[in-house]
Design a protein around this ligand. Structure first.
Ligand SMILES: Nc1nc2c(c(=O)[nH]1)N(C=O)[C@@H](CNc1ccc(C(=O)N[C@@H](CCC(=O)O)C(=O)O)cc1)CN2
Ligand SMILES: Nc1nc2c(ncn2[C@@H]2O[C@H](COP(=O)(O)OP(=O)(O)OP(=O)(O)O)[C@@H](O)[C@H]2O)c(=O)[nH]1
Ligand SMILES: [K+]
Ligand SMILES: [Mg+2]
Length: 451
C-alpha cells in the first residue's frame, strides 16, 4: 500500500446524477488542479472551504464548466489538501477530467484510499472508517443507526475505556515487579479479579450483541418453510409486492432457494423462499429439499407455513429441527379456504397470502421478534465480523488471565496475559499502534472507489 501521500484522484459520485464530483487529495492537490482548471485565481491561492467557478480545458478545448471546492490541510476529510470538482454528470466528462488530472500528476485512487488517509491522519479510527462503508451501504433505519453510532465513535469510546482499565491493571502489576524484592502487592488480587470479571462481562455483552448487529447489517434471515403447495412462494411475492417467485398448483414448483430483501418497520429482512419438504424419489427435488434444510439452519426466524384448507386437526409441529436461539413463527395460510367451523389456534398467525389478509399482522410479528431498543438508544452493537473475532480473542485471553490469577501465576506472566487482551481490543480501533498494511489492505479493499 502506498502511504507516501502522492496526490490521488477518483470519482466520488455514482453515475447517473445531474452533477458528478471528482475528488483530489494530497500534497500537490492544488498544483495538479491548477494545471487543468481555469478560474479567476489559482486554487493554490484560495482559502479553505471556498468554492470557485471556472472551466476545465485541454489546450483550447473546454471540457466543462465546473465548480471547485477547496479544502486546506488539516481541515478536510483526509486531513490533506483536497479539491472537489463538480462537473456535469456525464460519465464521458468524468473520464476526460480524470484523464487530464492523471496527466497533470495525479494518480487514480484505490478503493478506500481517501478513508485510509483519514485514518492515517487520525481523523477516524479503524472501526469508524469501517462504519463509513456501512453507512454508504445502509438501506434501513436500523442499519443506519448501527453504522451511525459506530461512525460517531460510540463503540470506540467503549473499547477505549476497557483498554484503559486493562492498562491500569498492567501498570499496577508491573509496579510490583519493580519492588519484587520487597514482596509487596500493589494490585490487591481480590480487586483485580473483580475488575477483570467486570471487563469480561462487558466483552461478553458486546460479543452477544453481534447476533443482532450482524442480522441488521446483512438483513434478518427469515426462512419460509413447509410442505409443498402451502403457499410459500405466494407469501414471498406478497411481501415483496412483486411476482418474484413462480407460483403454481403443482407441488414441488420451487426448487432452488429464492432470496430477497424487504424493509419492514425500518429493519431489513432477508426472506428465503424454499422448496416444500416431503419424501420424494425425484433427485432434483431432493437437492432442493437439502437446500431448504440448510436455509432453515442459517435463518434467525423460521416461518413454518401450513395450509388451512387441508388441516384436519391441530397445527402439526414442524418436521425440521430448530436451535434454541431460532425463532419459530407458525403461519396458517389460505384462511380463505378454511373449513367453516375452523378457528385460528392461539399463538398462530392466520393469513391469506393470495388475497393479502393477515399480512400486516405477520409483518408486526416479524418486526416484534427483532429487538432494536439498544440500537436506537445508541448502545454499541457489534456488527463487523472482524470486530467479533477480535473480541472473542480478547475474551479468551482474559479467561486465561483469570485462570492464571486463580492459580497464582507469577506477576510478570499475569501482566503479559493482560497485555494480550489489550492487543486484541486495540486491533478493533487500530489505536495504540498503526495497523499493519496487510490488515488495512484487507479492510479497505471492500470500499468503493472514491471513498
Ligand atoms: N462534498 C463532500 N461531502 C461530503 C464529504 C466530503 O468529503 N465532501 N464527506 C466525506 O466523505 C462526508 C462528510 N465528511 C467530512 C468530514 C470532515 C470534513 C472536514 O473538513 N473536517 C475538518 C473540519 C471539521 C470541523 O470544522 O469541525 C477537520 O477535520 O479538520 C469534511 C467532510 C459526507 N459529505
Ligand atoms: N385460496 C388460496 N390459495 C392460495 C393461497 N396462497 C397460495 N395459494 C395457492 O396455492 C398454490 C400453491 O402456491 P405456491 O405459492 O406455489 O406454494 P408453495 O408453498 O410455494 O409450493 P412449492 O414451491 O411447490 O413447495 C397456488 O395455486 C396458489 O395460488 C391463499 O392464501 N389462498
Ligand atoms: K406450488
Ligand atoms: Mg414455492
Amino acid at each position: 500500500m502506498n502511504t507516501d501521500h502522492d496526490t490521488i484522484v477518483a470519482p466520488a459520485t455514482a453515475a447517473g446524477g445531474a452533477i458528478a464530483v471528482i475528488r483530489i487529495s494530497g500534497g500537490e492537490a492544488f498544483a495538479v488542479c491548477d494545471r487543468i482548471f481555469r478560474g479567476r485565481r489559482p486554487l493554490a491561492e484560495a482559502d479553505g472551504y471556498t468554492v470557485h467557478y471556472g472551466t476545465v480545458a485541454e489546450g483550447d478545448r473546454v471540457i466543462d464548466d465546473v465548480l471547485a471546492a477547496v479544502f486546506r490541510a488539516p481541515h478536510s476529510y483526509t486531513g490533506e489538501n483536497s479539491v472537489e470538482i463538480s462537473c456535469h454528470g456525464s460519465s464521458y466528462i468524468v473520464s476526460e477530467i480524470l484523464r487530464l488530472l492523471t496527466a497533470a500528476g495525479g494518480r487514480m485512487a484505490q478503493p478506500g484510499e481517501f478513508t485510509i488517509r483519514a485514518y492515517l491522519a487520525g481523523k477516524l479510527d479503524l472501526s469508524q472508517a469501517e462504519a463509513v462503508a456501512d453507512m454508504i451501504a445502509s438501506s434501513s433505519r436500523a442499519a443506519h443507526a448501527l453504522a451511525s453510532t459506530q461512525m460517531r465513535g460510540g463503540y470506540s469510546e467503549e473499547l477505549e475505556s476497557l483498554r484503559e482499565k486493562l492498562l491500569n491493571l498492567t501498570s499496577l502489576l508491573e509496579l510490583e515487579l519493580d519492588f519484587s524484592e520487597e514482596d509487596v502487592e500493589f494490585a490487591d488480587r481480590t480487586a483485580l479479579r473483580a475488575t477483570m470479571q467486570r471487563i469480561a462481562a462487558e466483552i461478553d455483552r458486546l460479543r452477544s450483541s453481534f447476533a443482532l448487529g450482524n442480522a441488521i447489517r446483512e438483513g434478518v434471515a427469515v426462512a419460509i418453510a413447509g410442505a409443498p403447495n402451502v403457499g410459500k412462494s405466494t407469501l414471498l411475492n406478497r411481501l415483496l409486492n412483486e411476482e418474484r417467485a413462480m407460483v403454481s398448483e403443482i407441488a414441488g414448483t420451487t426448487r432452488d432457494v429464492i432470496e430477497e430483501c424487504a424493509n419492514i418497520g425500518g429493519v431489513l429482512f432477508r426472506f428465503l423462499d424454499t422448496a416444500g419438504i416431503r419424501p420424494t424419489d425425484d433427485r432434483l427435488e431432493q437437492m432442493g429439499i437439502q437446500r431448504t434444510m440448510s436455509s432453515i439452519e442459517r435463518a434467525q426466524i423460521v416461518i413454518h407455513m401450513v395450509d388451512a384448507s387441508t388441516l384436519t386437526g391441530p397445527v402439526p409441529a414442524p418436521d425440521f429441527p430448530l436451535r434454541p436461539e431460532q425463532k419459530l413463527l407458525t403461519v396458517v395460510n389460505k384462511t380463505d379456504k378454511a373449513p367453516a367451523a375452523w378457528r385460528l389456534p392461539e399463538g398462530v398467525v392466520g393469513i391469506s397470502a393470495k388475497h393479502g389478509e393477515g399480512i400486516d399482522a405477520l409483518c408486526d410479528a416479524l418486526r416484534e421478534s427483532v429487538d432494536t431498543e439498544a440500537l436506537y438508544h445508541g448502545d454499541p452493537v457489534v456488527s463487523n465480523s472482524r470486530h467479533y473475532e477480535a473480541l472473542s480473542a480478547a475474551r479468551e485471553a482474559l479467561g486465561q488471565a483469570l485462570e492464571g490469577l486463580a492459580h497464582g501465576l507469577p506477576t510478570d506472566l499475569l501482566s503479559e496475559e493482560i497485555r494480550q487482551v489489550i492487543t486484541h481490543l486495540g486491533a478493533i480501533t487500530g489505536r495504540g499502534a498503526i495497523a499493519p498494511d496487510e490488515i488495512l489492505q484487507n479492510i479497505f479493499s471492500k470500499f468503493c472507489i472514491g471513498k
